[in-house]
Ligand binder design. Sequence first.
Ligand SMILES: [Zn+2]
Ligand SMILES: [Zn+2]
Length: 796
Amino acid sequence: MRALPAAFVGPIQSDETGRDSLPRCRPISIGFLLDILARHCASLVDFTPPSQSDPMTFDTSFGQPTSLQSDQDDLLEVTETQDIHTILICKDALWLGAKHDGYSLASFDNYKLRREPGVARLDLHRKQNSPLYAALQQSHHTFGLLETMLDRHIPERRLLRRLHDGKVVITTQEVPGLLRECQDHIRSLRKTNPDAFKQWSQRARHALESTRQFILWESHEADRTFSKVELNSQDVGRILHTIAAITEASWSFLDCELHEAGVVSDNLTGLQLPGNINEACRHEMAEDGWCPFAASQLHGYSTCALGFASTCKPFVRKGVDHRDHSQCTHKMCCSNNIDPATYSNLHVTEDCTCKSVVPPVEQIKHALSRKEIPIIRIHAMTTPDDERVTMTCSTASSGTSYVAISHVWADGLGSTAEKGLPTCQLIRLAESAHQLVDGGFLWLDALCVPEEKELRKLAIGLMGQTYRKATKVFVIDSGIRSCSVNASTEERLLRVVVSGWMQRLWTLQEAVLASELIFQFSDGLLTLGNLLRLGTDWTQPVAIQLCCAFGDICMLMSTLSRPPSSLRLQGVINALRGRSTSKISDETLAISSLLGVDSYALASIDSLTERMKMFLLQVREIPSKMPFLVDGPRLTGPGFRWAPATFLCSGEASRMVGDGDVALCTPEGLLARYYCFTLETPVALHEDNVILSKITLSGPDLVLYYADVNDPVEPASGDELCNAIVLQTEPSFDNLAMAVSMEEGLMRDSNGVVRRRCSYIKAIQVKFGMLGVRSDVPLREPVDVEEGRFVDVCLT
Ligand SMILES: [Zn+2]
Ligand SMILES: [Zn+2]
């Protein structure tokens, strides 16, 4: 028996590459996302740079702080309640008391040495037990980092505040202002001295990378710098969160500036922060009444956006059936799902008892049976003692302009044409419709979709057209409506990003197909273009990060004029992350119009599995990485065992990015070209993590370590034996892969291409090399593996 060579057995190097512990980061750069917004949505978003009408008088002399004198008594005194108009990128954190002012500007690496040479030179153990060292670290990775970005001294009074009780805190209130000064400085540097600009960008990258490493180190175990000082965990959490938020803000700023300068940023694509860095903040938010799901979504987008949200009040939907978010999890907000058995409409005011009114149902049915889109006009007759409404029906084919309403049922506007809606709601809808389009016609599912099954299918078949043909699509959501149109850009963006509307399945298509998307705020309306334009100032970290939450929607909008492609499907799957529905059977129906699939034909199939199969067959070209990346349940039955049973996954699921490698979905199986390793002896693969290694005692063979000594290796009944491992492309250190059973013979597809038929067993992760082998559990003897190569396969 060949034992695992002891010399190569080490502790797990890092668990940062594990599927479950992936750092929560956006794998594409913000610059790239903005580029998408700018290139494809020029009509949507006006990219006029922010006005520079108020130029800063800025001292560009390098290396000389403007003032060496400052005293903490100069600090502004504040109450703990933040000014509501202040945009913070995180909650204020306790200042550990390092003296920052009074020293000449030092390079980032020399920051601590310049201040406390004695402490900076202590050995690791004594450093970690020194409160002074912890304080210096805090100062180094906040003031020191920002000074490197700005090339100048930043006085303590810009980031520190004294509370009434005498405690000093660090606040991020002035971070956007500092970034603005930085932008003025480096843009003039870029014009006048390109070399100095290049050096600046290298210094900034270095400082950011050092701080990122520091955060990684601090987050890895509880037993680090700040926990050795006597602090409670909330304080430690906030201190680290401040450092992470400042790092992210500076990182995305640098990313954008380099993008603007045309510098192809090689390594600067996405800041990889450890997933647990936001944990303390998420915990505090849950205690403040925030939905854990909303916090988890924001955490997926950005540390700054999450930090900003933590300084805002949570939104809790009001109404009969509605609860707070205490039952929600980070994977799902329960307050959005409805139970059809107990569902009832909400009135405009809680004490209203007005009657429901039904639209002209027969005319609606007649329109649908002719495959025409019914639209409704509401006439409200209100007198001081009476409110009455009547409705008339027309069709979209008459060329009449109309507004299509996009809403979530949990807000109480759900119904069927046969049941209608409360008078008070109809009056409010009529007002909006008349304000938005001449004639005041509208389409709303609750009024225009009958309960009758056949007609319902016809309405679903027309759904894509309904939103595409609408003059305007109007978003009504109680969370968005809780915010004033005059609130800060950041708050308006936040209320949309965390709204129920952004978390629902159907609303994706409704948003993407809209020729003009309009949001209703408490006291006014805002188009998507306006909402985003206000958030494209690169010195506003929160706004910019929240804008990126619309990246997927904008990308889909921008490609609508072209035929559907595998990249479109990839975009749709990315955009579906974090969205859910009360009715899982709606999934393929709700995205079919985005991918050119016949929704009526889909709606006519009852079995969910068959619906998904037909959907995939009609889409036909799918990203070849999809079988590797979509987690969760799979379809059953020959030809489709590789296929996901659903695309709906949590907001924390990884995004699909990159090239357009295409696989073809056929009834026989998925036709693709993958990198395959064949096993010389078939094995029952019980583990999800295996190691392919060239390091063996007997020489340069390739072997597969697939079980430790405690694992059973005998196949259980029903186990399929794995004789090949399939990767999407050539192996890297860590690979998403599939265990398959590869047939002996060859097959020929309809184009005459010779293929190997592979039956999908399960998704696995393959580590290539010896890193990551545990030393505590001895591994079982490996099996020999043939060198990998690209093979045309038919995955069944
Ligand atoms: Zn919730
Ligand atoms: Zn009412």
